[in-house]
Design a protein. Structure first.
Length: 141
């Protein structure tokens, strides 16, 4: 490999712009025994990376027995009960509002009928007043 190419790849490597293939070229170069003297300081680093690839985790990790999550299910049940009660409360309030509105309509209908009945009597009074005005006007003249 060309030494200038390796130096350029090292610069790119430390700038974190190398590709996987370029990193493999660097790995192959530094795994050789004859490395340029001014680049020998990087050889242990790349050898360490090669060694890390071969390592495996061999310790046993004890797993704790799975605890039953009663608290989680209790909280789910509590949320269900809360939302259900809110729904039924809202439904009951809406039902009561509809009932109150129906009673209001009935009351207003009765008020309207009584008002119309009274208005018809006022109409008779208006005719009576008009007739009396005609009588008094003709007497005064």
């Amino acid at each position: 490999m060309e030494l200038a190419n390796i130096e350029n790849l090292l610069e790119k490597y430390f700038e974190a712009t190398t590709t996987v293939q370029e990193e493999q070229e660097l790995q192959a170069y530094f795994s050789q025994t004859n490395v340029a003297p001014h680049l020998e300081e990087y050889q242990p680093m790349f050898q360490h990376f090669t060694n890390l690839k071969g390592e495996q985790f061999t310790r046993n990790v004890p797993l704790e027995p799975r605890r039953k999550n009663y608290l989680k299910w209790i909280s789910v049940a509590a949320v269900f009960v809360l939302t259900t009660s809110l729904f039924f409360n809202e439904w009951r309030n809406q039902h009561e509002a509809e009932k109150a509105f129906a009673e209001f309509k009935t009351t207003m209908s009765l008020v309207s009928q009584n008002f119309n009945s009274g208005a018809s009597h006022i109409n008779h009074l208006a005719q009576f007043e008009e007739t009396t005005n005609k009588i008094f006007i003709t007497k005064n003249n």
